[in-house]
Write a protein that binds this ligand. Structure first.
Ligand code: 4AZ
Length: 336
C-alpha cells in the first residue's frame, strides 16, 4: 500500500483532469453584506468554484472542484483530494476574489470516496476544512425529516461567482437567482445517461433562462425553512450548457440520505436539527422539462489542463501556461 500510494498520486498528478470553474445565468447582483457564507474558491491561483459555509470551519463544494482524480478522468477506484495548500477560500464578500474578504485558509480536503470514474457524475461533493473558524454565519443542511422543504416545485435559491452565460465572462459581483426543483423523472429525462437520483437533484424552469453555470460548481442550492432561515440541499454539479430549455441544472443531493453519512462525517454539525413538528408545505409544482439524450460536457480548468508533475504545478512555467490559457479563453469567449 505504501508503495502504491505515491504511484497513484503521481499518476493522478500527471493525468489531465476535470475541474469546473463552475456564475449564474439570469440572476442579479447579490447586495453587499449578504450571503457571506458563499465561498469564492481558487485552486492554484485561478478561480475554480463556489462553495457554502455549513459550519464555522467547513465549506461544502463539489467533488470535481476538489479532486485530482474524478468522475471524468479514467482513474482507479479511489478519489484523490487536491492538496489543501493549493486551495484558497474567500468568504464574506460579494466581490470576486476580494482582498478585503475573509481568507481563513484550508487545512484539509475530503472528497466523497465514491466520487470516482466508476461512479460517473454521482457523489460530486467534497468538504474543505478551514484552518481558522470563519466569522460568517453558516447555513445548515436540510435535516432528515425536512424533505418537505425541497420537494419538486419548490422555488430554490442559487448563488455563485460563475459565468453569466455558457462560456461567458465571470461577473465582478456574486450573482443569485431562483429556480424550481424538478422531479427526478424530469431530471432523468433530460440526462438519461448521467442523472442518478440517489446522489443528484435537478432544478430549473422548463423554458430555461435561469441557471447555474461554469464557476458556480460547488455553490449552493438553498430552500427557505419554515422559520425563514435557509437550508442547503444541493451543491452545483453539472448541466448541458447553462439555462437551456429542457436541461435543468444538476446539483449534488447534499441533504439526501445517500450523501448524509459522508457529509456529517466530514462536516460535523452541518445538518439542521430534525424538526419537532412537520415543516410547512412547499410551493406548487411546476411542469417538467422536455427530454433529450445530450451528453454532459464538463470543461477543464486551465490549471488542470496544464498539469504535469507535482514539481511542475509549483513552477513559474506552469503559472505562465495557466495565465496564457486563461488569456486565450478570455480572447475567444469575449470578442471585442
Ligand atoms: C459547470 O461547468 C457547470 N447549468 C455548472 C452548472 C451547470 C452547467 C455547467 C448547470 O461548472
Amino acid at each position: 500500500m505504501s508503495r502504491l500510494r505515491p504511484a497513484l498520486l503521481a499518476l493522478a498528478l500527471s493525468a489531465v483532469c476535470v475541474q469546473n470553474a463552475s456564475a449564474i445565468v439570469g440572476g442579479t447582483n447579490v447586495p453587499a453584506g449578504q450571503r457571506g457564507y458563499v465561498a469564492y474558491i481558487e485552486i492554484d491561483g485561478s478561480f475554480a468554484c463556489t462553495g457554502t459555509l455549513v459550519t464555522p470551519t467547513r465549506v461544502v463544494t463539489a467533488g470535481h472542484c476538489s479532486a485530482i482524480s474524478g468522475a471524468v478522468t479514467p482513474m482507479p477506484v479511489i478519489s484523490i483530494a487536491q492538496p489543501p495548500q493549493l486551495i484558497s477560500v474567500t468568504l464574506g464578500s460579494v466581490k470576486r476574489n476580494d482582498p478585503a474578504g475573509e481568507k481563513p485558509g484550508v487545512k484539509s480536503v475530503t472528497v466523497h470516496p465514491k466520487y470516482t470514474f466508476e461512479n460517473g457524475s454521482g457523489y460530486d461533493v467534497a468538504v474543505l476544512e478551514l484552518a481558522r473558524p470563519s466569522v460568517q454565519a453558516p447555513v445548515k443542511i436540510a435535516a432528515p425529516g425536512e424533505e418537505n422543504l425541497w420537494k419538486p416545485g419548490t422555488l430554490a435559491q442559487i448563488a455563485g461567482f460563475g459565468t453569466t452565460k455558457s462560456d461567458g465572462d465571470t461577473p465582478d459581483t456574486m450573482q443569485q437567482a431562483q429556480v424550481p426543483i424538478v422531479s427526478d423523472a424530469t431530471a432523468k429525462g433530460a440526462y438519461p445517461d448521467s442523472f442518478e437520483a440517489a446522489t443528484q437533484i435537478g432544478a430549473g424552469y422548463p423554458q430555461g433562462g435561469t441557471d447555474s453555470c461554469q464557476g458556480d460548481s460547488g455553490g449552493p442550492l438553498l430552500v427557505p425553512a419554515a422559520d425563514g432561515s435557509l437550508r442547503l440541499v444541493g451543491d452545483t454539479s453539472y448541466g448541458n450548457g447553462c439555462a437551456q430549455p429542457g436541461f435543468p441544472g444538476i446539483y449534488g443531493r447534499v441533504a439526501g440520505s445517500e450523501l448524509r453519512s459522508f457529509v456529517t462525517g466530514a462536516a460535523p454539525g452541518s445538518f439542521a436539527p430534525a424538526p419537532a413538528t412537520a415543516p410547512a408545505p412547499a410551493a406548487a409544482p411546476v411542469s417538467g422539462a422536455p427530454t433529450s439524450k445530450k451528453k454532459v460536457v464538463r470543461r477543464k480548468s486551465c490549471a488542470s489542463m496544464h498539469r504535469g508533475s507535482k514539481k511542475h504545478i509549483r513552477s513559474k512555467r506552469h503559472k505562465r501556461e495557466v495565465k496564457r490559457c486563461l488569456a486565450r479563453r478570455r480572447a475567444k469567449l469575449s470578442p471585442r
